[in-house]
Design a protein around this ligand. Structure first.
Ligand SMILES: [Zn+2]
Length: 309
């Protein structure tokens, strides 16, 4: 079902044969799932009881010191995560809900994937994400009852054959604001989020999709005391974990930005990137040199690329 992304390396990154560039084939995923753990600090993920997340990170690659955008707030950061654009270029430097909920203008990776024929879905735990619904073709759910209800919907979407899915888990942020970031209750709640991650992974196994699914788990921002939104490292530092087809287990990642999420997905799906893309594909996760041939975002959303089946 999935196509193949053929990559020619210009550098002797993995070793050259007789001095010649070597060719590597990266499998194109049949599914993509991004899980954003709202307000999840990476040091908290490493302290909390999160066996499913740890297993995924061990099977894939992780940057435990990735960086989000300023302001480190839910809507600006998620807009950067989903569009790959800097805040100045997508313009969402506010964090509320405007009347009528007009969609942000620059396309998200979900919109670009939908245009290329993928079945896309967005499950949100906060109402203000309505600003990121840009097309009627994407399945959008505002699930009111937290991480578990997000996951309930996600499992149904997987049963129904949806292919590119964004899941927003709101609970870590709620518990950070209520009980304090890094409090015992905040850390315990991350364990509950992990149980929901486990349900998603189990569903992929049940459907026989686990090996074909590219998964990214990240966050929009961290937090300190009972808040976030400052330039403090506790607010700006986020986790970024990737696993799935072509990902090199244990690959060393560094310097990942929240905007790299959209860039990596567009690259992995073979989709063209929008103008002014700030993010870069995290090619090190696939054992490729950054900026090497085969690790360049495709230019120009107008050059529509059909889906390789
Ligand atoms: Zn948030």
């Amino acid at each position: 079902m999935s196509g193949w992304l053929r990559v020619v390396l210009s550098l002797c990154w993995l070793g050259c044969l007789g001095g010649q560039p070597v060719e590597t084939v990266i499998p194109r995923p049949a599914r993509v799932i991004v899980i954003s753990l709202d307000g999840a600090r990476p040091d908290a993920l490493q302290q909390a009881d999160m066996p499913h997340l740890r297993r995924l990170a061990a099977a894939g690659a992780a940057d435990w010191a990735a960086q989000t955008v300023f302001p480190p707030a839910t809507l600006p950061a998620h807009t950067s995560m989903l569009t790959g654009l800097a805040v100045a270029d997508h313009g969402v430097d506010w964090n509320g809900t405007n009347p009528g909920c007009p969609p942000v203008e620059p396309p998200t990776f979900l919109t670009l994937a939908e245009r290329a024929g993928w079945r896309t879905a967005f499950v949100s735990g906060k109402e203000k994400f309505c600003h990121l619904v840009q097309t009627p073709g994407m399945d959008y759910t505002f699930a009111l009852a937290g991480d578990r209800s997000i996951t309930d919907r996600a499992l149904a979407l997987l049963d129904d054959g949806y292919e590119v899915i964004f899941l927003h888990f709101p609970n870590p942020d709620y518990f950070g604001h209520l009980h304090g970031w890094m409090s015992d209750i905040y850390l315990a709640e991350l364990g509950q989020s992990d149980a929901q991650i486990g349900r998603v992974l189990a569903k992929l196994e049940d459907l026989g999709l686990a090996a074909q699914t590219l998964i990214i788990i990240t966050a929009d921002h961290g937090g300190h005391d009972f808040e976030h939104g400052t330039r403090r490292p506790e607010d700006m530092t986020i986790p970024w974990i990737i696993a799935g087809p072509g990902v090199l287990p244990g690959a060393a990642l560094a310097g990942v930005q929240v905007t790299d999420t959209a860039a990596t997905i567009l690259w992995a799906l073979g989709l063209p990137s929008p103008p002014k893309l700030a993010g870069r594909p995290v090619c090190a996760a696939f054992g490729l040199a950054a900026d090497g041939l085969g690790c360049q975002p495709s230019a120009g959303v107008d050059d529509a690329v059909g889906r390789a089946r």
